[in-house]
Design a protein around this ligand. Structure first.
Ligand SMILES: Cc1cc2nc3c(=O)[nH]c(=O)nc-3n(C[C@H](O)[C@H](O)[C@H](O)COP(=O)(O)OP(=O)(O)OC[C@H]3O[C@@H](n4cnc5c(N)ncnc54)[C@H](O)[C@@H]3O)c2cc1C
Length: 504
C-alpha cells in the first residue's frame, strides 16, 4: 500500500483531495497509463486531467482530410488490446479503439476533461505535487482554477503544442487573397471543391492531405523544399489476413503480427545503416511500380539524407502516387520566394496559383504541456536535467514521462513505461518510500549530449526545440536510447536500487 494519504478514486461529483497518481493527458499514452495503473496496481487512486473536451490527443486535435496513422496499428495499438483492422488506420478508427479501451475498463470515471494544467509544484516537506489546472465549462465558457495534489506525476502530454502548429512566415503573406491553413487547426467548414490548393511540406501529413484533397480540388500541388523518402505498399498485413482466415484468436494474431512488424522494422533500420543504397533502390522500386518504370525520381523523390534519418513516410496503397499519376496532383521541389496575391512565387521564377495554401510545416515542440514546474519553490528548467533511461529526470522527484519512439510506434514505449511506473510504485510501497528521485553520481564529470543525437534523427521540430529538452549522459542509466529492441529488455530488468535512484 502507498504511504501517502489517499482518497478513494474520484467520482464525477466528488472533490479530489489527493490522489496517488495524477496522469497528464488523455491521449494514447495517458489512456494507456490509466489502464496499466488500474490493472497492475488496483489499490492506487488516480485521476487523468485533459485539457481537451474528449480523449484521443493527437487523433482528436487533427481533423484534416484523410488524417491517419503512418505506422501500423498492430504496434501503435496497445499490447493489451488486439487491433482488428487494417494496419494504417484513420483517426476515427483510432478514436473508436481508444474509446473501447476506456469503456471496457471503466476508465471514464477517472478522466477529467476541460482541465488544462498550468502549474505543478513539488514539496519535499509534504512529499507531493500540487497541480493547478484551469477548468473550463465548454458551454458557458466559464473558467475556474482547480487544485489537485498527487504523490506521483505521470506526464503523458505528448511532445507538441496542441493549440497551434508550426507555421513559418514568408514575405508577402498579407498580400495573398486566399486562405492559409495549418493542418492542426483545420476549419470544419472549409470548402475546397474546385479550388487550387498548394500544400507546403512533404512529410507524412502532406502525403496524407494531397491524395485526400486531390480529385475534389481542382488541383493540388505538394510544394517541398527538399524531398522525403516514401514507402508504398498495400494497406493490409498478409500475415494477419492468414491468421484471421485460420481463425486464430485475435490476441494471438495481435501478438504474432506485432513481432513480425517489429522484426521487419528492425531489419529495415539495420539495412538503412548498413546498405542505404539498397534501401533507396527498394523505395524507388515501389514508386516506379505505380508511376511507371521510366518515371524520373529526381528531383522530387531523391532526398539528400540517408533513409531513416527522418521517419520514412508510408503511403498506404500508394495513394499519393496514384493522385500524381492521375494528374490531380503534382509536386514542386523549389523554394518560396514570396507570396503574391494569387499564389506563391518560387525562387525558380515559377508561380503556383492557389486559392488555398496548406502549411504542413510541422509542430511546435512543447515538452511539458506548457506547465510551469517548480521544485521546493525553485522554478524547474527541464533542459537542465539529465534523463534516467528517458523516463525520469535528475533532481525531479516522483515524476515519469512518456516519450515514445521516432522510428517505431510511440505506444510501444507507452506500454513499457506503463509497466515500469507500476513496478517502481510497487517497489516504493514494498520499501516504505513515498519519494523517488534520480540523482547524478557525485564527483563524476559525465559528458552530456542532447536528448537525441542530431546525426541520428533530425526532423525540424526537434532541431528547433532541442534546447528545451533534457540531456543524456553516456552510460546507463543516464541514457535515452530511442531503441525499442533494447528498451524492451533493459527497462523491465532495470535495477531500481543501483544507487542512481534515491528513495526517501
Ligand atoms: C498527424 C500525426 C500523426 C501521427 N502518426 C503517428 C503514427 O502513425 N505512429 C506513431 O508512432 N506516432 C505518430 N504520431 C506521433 C503521435 O503524436 C504519438 O504517436 C501519439 O499519438 C502521442 O500520444 P500521447 O498520448 O503521448 O500525446 P498526444 O496525442 O499529444 O496527447 C497528449 C494529450 O495531453 C493533453 N495535454 C497536453 N498538455 C496538457 C496540459 N497542460 N493539461 C492537460 N492536458 C494536457 C493534450 O490535450 C492531449 O490530449 C503522429 C503525430 C501526428 C501529429
Amino acid at each position: 500500500m502507498t504511504n501517502a494519504p489517499t482518497t478513494s478514486n474520484p467520482s464525477d461529483t466528488a472533490e479530489i483531495a489527493h490522489v496517488d497518481v495524477l496522469i497528464v493527458g488523455a491521449g494514447i499514452s495517458g489512456v494507456g497509463g490509466a489502464y496499466h495503473l488500474q490493472s497492475q496496481l488496483p489499490d492506487k487512486s488516480f485521476v487523468v486531467l485533459e485539457s481537451q473536451s474528449d480523449f484521443g490527443g493527437t487523433w482528436r486535435t487533427h481533423t484534416y482530410p484523410g488524417i491517419r496513422s503512418d505506422s501500423d496499428l498492430f504496434t501503435f495499438g496497445y499490447r493489451f488490446k488486439p487491433w482488428k483492422g487494417d494496419p494504417i488506420a484513420t483517426a476515427d478508427k483510432i478514436l473508436t479503439y481508444m474509446g473501447e479501451v476506456i469503456d471496457e475498463n471503466d476508465l471514464d470515471q477517472h478522466i477529467r476533461y476541460n482541465h488544462s494544467i498550468t502549474s505543478a509544484s513539488w514539496s519535499t516537506t509534504d512529499k507531493r505535487w500540487t497541480v493547478t489546472a484551469t477548468k473550463s465549462d465548454p458551454e458557458s465558457g466559464a473558467q475556474e482554477s482547480v487544485t489537485h495534489t498527487a504523490t506521483f506525476l505521470w506526464m503523458c502530454q505528448g511532445y507538441y503544442r496542441h493549440s497551434e502548429g508550426y507555421s513559418p512566415t514568408w514575405p508577402g503573406m498579407d498580400d495573398f487573397e486566399g486562405d492559409v491553413i495549418h493542418p492542426q487547426t483545420w476549419p470544419a467548414d472549409l470548402d475546397y471543391e474546385g479550388k487550387r490548393v498548394v500544400v507546403i511540406g512533404s512529410g507524412a501529413t502532406a502525403a496524407t492531405i494531397v491524395p485526400a484533397m486531390a480529385g475534389k480540388a481542382e488541383h493540388v500541388t505538394m510544394l517541398q523544399r527538399s524531398p522525403t523518402y516514401f514507402a508504398t505498399g498495400r494497406n493490409s498485413n498478409e500475415l494477419a489476413e492468414m491468421l484471421r482466415e485460420l481463425d486464430v484468436p485475435d490476441e494471438w494474431t495481435h501478438e504474432i503480427v506485432r513481432r513480425k512488424v517489429l522484426h521487419d522494422g528492425a531489419l529495415i533500420t539495420r539495412m538503412s545503416v548498413e546498405d542505404p543504397e539498397m534501401v533507396k533502390t527498394e523505395l524507388a522500386t515501389g514508386i516506379k511500380e505505380i508511376m511507371g518504370e521510366d518515371y524520373e525520381l529526381d528531383p522530387h523523390f531523391t532526398p539528400s539524407y540517408r533513409p531513416w534519418h527522418q521517419r520514412i513516410a508510408f503511403v498506404p496503397d500508394g495513394d499519393l502516387f496514384h493522385a500524381l499519376k492521375d494528374g490531380n496532383a503534382s509536386v514542386a521541389t523549389d523554394e518560396i520566394d514570396t507570396f503574391v496575391s494569387k499564389g506563391i512565387a518560387l525562387k525558380s521564377g515559377e508561380t503556383l496559383e492557389a486559392d488555398i495554401v496548406v502549411t504542413a510545416t510541422g509542430f511546435n515542440l512543447n515538452v511539458l504541456g506548457d506547465i510551469a514546474f517548480d521544485i521546493d519553490d525553485e522554478p524547474m528548467n527541464f533542459a537542465d536535467t539529465v534523463t534516467w533511461r528517458g523516463v525520469m529526470f535528475s533532481g525531479v522527484p516522483n515524476m515519469a514521462w512518456v516519450f515514445g519512439y521516432f522510428r517505431a510506434s510511440w505506444t510501444l514505449r507507452a506500454d513499457l513505461v506503463g509497466d515500469f511506473v507500476c513496478r517502481l510504485l510497487g517497489d516504493m510501497d514494498a520499501g516504505g518510500s513515498a519519494c523517488v528521485v534520480p540523482v547524478l553520481p557525485e564527483g563524476e564529470d559525465m559528458p552530456l549530449s542532447s536528448w537525441v543525437d542530431p546525426e541520428d534523427f533530425n526532423p525540424g521540430y526537434i532541431q528547433r526545440g532541442i534546447h528545451l529538452l533534457p540531456r543524456q549522459g553516456n552510460v546507463e542509466p543516464w541514457i535515452h536510447t530511442q531503441n525499442y529492441v533494447e528498451d524492451k529488455e533493459v527497462l523491465p530488468a532495470a535495477d531500481l536500487h543501483d544507487g542512481s535512484l534515491h528513495f526517501f
